[in-house]
Write a protein that binds this ligand. Structure first.
Ligand code: ADP
Ligand code: MG
Length: 724
């Protein structure tokens, strides 16, 4: 490492900051140009085929197989006109990433030429032979092949790059036995489940127009950008996405001069380009700003139905990842890339909306609307109160463990923030009208008007993992590198279960002759009584809350290893199989995969700590030791006593010794695996490898404050966070 050389290179480097020019290209003309969207479908498909396809997309009708050829043909012509040479089925395996395998459109002809072909069969089903993806035991080798199935509800698009354009078709990835091998299939199933139950509730309110209810999601993505020269000089960032070493920078985020500050020129140019690419792909990105930590940024789209939001979220990460290097930077999506400053999350804004666009968590202007709002809101509260551990495990990962529970991210205890007004309404309802609201008057369902609920971002409680924000809930515990499919699958399913309960209760009461409003007025107190333990409007970071939550009996699953067994608990198996979201085998496989993934992540980090510790940090410290020792010897020989330098040498030698023992302990832990089931491996990784890696880091970070800068083998926190 030659810090001066790296800094000089960065300072001298010119980046083209004018790669996109919105004065030449109108934003509006750009949006969706690379998407086989509604307008394109309409223009390119015969009318009856267009209509059949739209019925499948908008109302979930089963796709008529006879139209597939016509759709495929139109897609191909459109893709060729955009310069595409290949097509690919994009899928979302259990790695949490995206996967693709490209096939050319070309087919040879008998006369030695070739034609471009794409059949309905090729559109509808692919066989990627992707047998190396984790299946958690679902696929034995004889049935190792999975197939991809076209998801017509997520439009195909063109991914365009300097090396050619590809037609990308979003798909579900399933085994031949019909089991989900991916993250999209369960998400789609959970959307079905919540739609079905929400429709039952809507029918009770006399809504017969809505045919389907969609869960809607607007995921806010936080990420870091660091200069690629630093990134390349940090093996830990390369293997693990986070810095496994690093003493704190003398300046961190304490001056609060980054949050919403003016965006650095280079970063802004990068954002403009990645937004352009996302616009072309029809991703409705809306907001960008600096986040709290130095070098941290955020991008947020306008919400969409959760399937589309998921696909677009994956695409957003991919486009950010690809665009940053064009500006000499690397994007870090890790939940905690730098110790001691804020980590990154992916705030998952969630609601339910009908196919006619009505937001079911929007308090309305009329008492009727409000009764409906209160029912959907209470059902969501009930769901979170009943299944907090499922929400917790849906965001569990080795990475996110470094964020959840640190005092800048929501705690691992799941609770709901409602805000004063709504909390007051709920308290009133729970008391059964026996208590007046803060505004005065009683809350009578179907008669009272709700107080005005604030939507203003200013007075929000940022410490809550699950907050009502005016017309949606915001699940804040989701990790920045995570796929949003899992958390939303859980959310949709637990809310489906609650809506099922609510609908069943209300149906039976109204059938017995009770007016709907009265039935609601009777049901809501019961729900709120059993669920109110999860409601908490105070400071989620405080120690008092941890004690209070324990008194209330709320689970506090601190680490991934504590959370994972929830997946295969009897109540989870029953819930997910009842709503046909995951079968028992599918859950078992996810449990296995997540345990293994945890062990792999922790092991890769441990091996990286060992490598850096042994081959970079220890030698640097020894070099300094030898320099110091020679200097002391020379000084002594010249007749000058330097006792304080001798002390320094002793301290240094002591730290080097401690580093060696810590490394030896880590090496030992890396070589010893627990026997038995997957969770035992995970436990051993957490208590062994992770703990000893942390111990190595502590000593190494203190060495960083002693060893001369020119000997230190890696870029520092100061370099990575502040040189932009
Ligand atoms: P803020 O959090 O600053 O109030 P917004 O309310 O505009 O900002 O929304 C933040 C995110 O929540 C955006 O991605 C937005 O699209 C999304 N969002 C807004 N309404 C809904 C909804 N009904 N369902 C899901 N997400 C929503
Ligand atoms: Mg927000």
């Amino acid at each position: 490492n030659d810090r001066q050389a790296i800094l000089q290179t960065i300072a001298g480097e010119k980046h083209d900051l004018q790669r996109v020019n919105f004065k030449e290209t109108n934003l509006k003309e750009l949006f969706g140009i690379n998407v086989f969207n509604d307008a394109t479908q309409k223009a390119m498909l015969p009318k009856p085929i267009y209509k059949a396809l739209q019925r499948t997309i908008k109302q979930g009708d089963v796709l008529d197989p006879t139209i597939a050829d016509a759709v495929a043909n139109a897609m191909k012509d459109w893709a060729l006109s955009k310069g595409a040479t290949h097509y690919t089925h994009l899928f979302y395996p259990m790695t949490g990433l995206t996967a693709e395998k490209h096939d050319s459109f070309l087919s040879p002809t008998s006369d030695g030429g070739a034609i471009a072909e794409f059949s309905g069969k090729e559109l509808v089903r692919g066989e990627p032979d992707a047998s190396s993806f984790p299946s958690g035991g679902i696929r034995a080798t004889f049935e190792a092949r999975g197939y991809t199935a076209w998801d017509p509800t997520s439009p195909a698009f063109i991914f365009d790059g300097p090396n050619g354009a590809t037609l990308v078709i979003p798909t579900a990835f399933v085994s031949w036995t019909g089991e989900a091998l991916d993250k999209k299939t369960p998400l789609l199933r959970s959307m079905e489940a919540v739609s079905k139950q929400a429709i039952r509730v809507l029918r009770l309110f006399g809504n017969h127009a809505a045919k389907k209810v969609f869960s809607t999601v607007g995921p806010e993505q936080e990420y870091f950008l660091v200069d690629k020269h630093f990134y390349f000089a940090r093996p830990d960032l390369i293997t693990s996405g986070r810095s496994l070493f690093g003493a704190p920078s003398p300046k961190g985020q304490e001056l609060e001069d980054q949050y919403f500050g003016s965006i650095p020129e280079r970063v802004l140019a990068c954002m403009a380009e990645l937004e352009t690419e996302l616009f072309k792909l029809g991703v409705p990105v809306k907001t960008r700003h600096n986040e709290v930590a130095p070098a941290q940024y955020e991008i947020a789209p306008i919400f969409e139905d959760s399937n589309l939001a998921h696909d677009h979220q994956m695409l957003t990460m991919e486009v950010i990842r690809r665009t940053a290097p064009k500006y000499g930077m690397v994007a870090l999506f890790h939940e905690k890339p730098f110790k001691g400053i804020n980590g990154s999350g992916k705030h998952n804004n969630w609601s339910l909306a009908t196919d006619l666009g009505e937001n079911l968590l929007e308090p309305g202007a009329t008492p009727h609307d409000n009764a409906q709002f209160l029912v959907f809101c209470a059902a969501t509260i009930r769901a979170v109160a009943k299944y907090p551990e499922l929400l917790r495990v849906s965001v569990a990962s080795a990475h996110n463990d470094h964020r959840l529970g640190a005092n800048e991210a929501p705690p691992a205890i799941i609770s709901i923030f409602l805000g004063d007004q709504l909390q007051d309404v709920m308290d009133q309802l729970e008391a059964g009208g026996a208590k007046s609201t803060k505004q005065g008057g009683f809350m009578e369902v179907g008669v009272s008007v709700l107080p005005k609920l604030p939507k203003d971002a200013g007075d929000r409680n940022r410490t809550s993992p699950f907050a009502f924000t005016g017309n949606k809930f915001e699940f804040r515990a989701v990790g920045s590198s995570q796929s949003i499919a899992g958390p939303n699958t859980v959310l949709n399913t637990i809310v489906a279960e609650s809506l099922d309960y609510v609908a069943t209760q209300l149906e039976s009461m109204t059938k017995a002759g009770k007016p709907l409003n009265q039935a609601i007025q009777e049901l809501l107190p019961t729900i709120l009584k059993e669920s109110k333990k999860v409601l908490f409007n105070g400071d989620g970071y405080s120690a008092e809350w941890h004690a209070e939550a324990e008194r209330r009996g709320l689970p506090n699953l601190k680490t991934t290893v504590d959370a994972l067994p929830v997946i295969v608990r009897q109540d989870s198996l029953e819930l997910f199989s009842k709503y046909k979201v995951y079968s028992e085998r599918e859950l078992q496989s996810r449990y296995n995969i997540l345990c293994e993934t945890y062990v792999k992540n922790v092991s890769v980090e441990g091996k990286t700590v060992l490598m850096i510790g042994k081959t970079m940090i220890l030698p640097a410290a020894i070099r300094y030791q030898s320099e110091l020792a020679s200097s002391i010897a020379a000084t002594k020989a010249a007749g000058v006593e330097v006792p304080s330098q001798v002390e320094l040498l002793k301290t240094l030698a002591g730290s080097i010794g401690a580093l060696q023992s810590a490394l030896a302990k880590l090496e030992h832990d890396l070589g010893h695996h627990a026997d038995g089931d997957p969770i035992e491996h995970a436990k051993a990784a957490r208590d062994g490898i992770l703990a000893s890696s942390t111990a190595v880091r502590e000593i190494a970070d203190s060495l960083e404050t002693m060893v001369p800068g020119d000997l230190w083998p890696m870029p520092t926190y100061l370099d990575m966070l502040f040189i932009k």
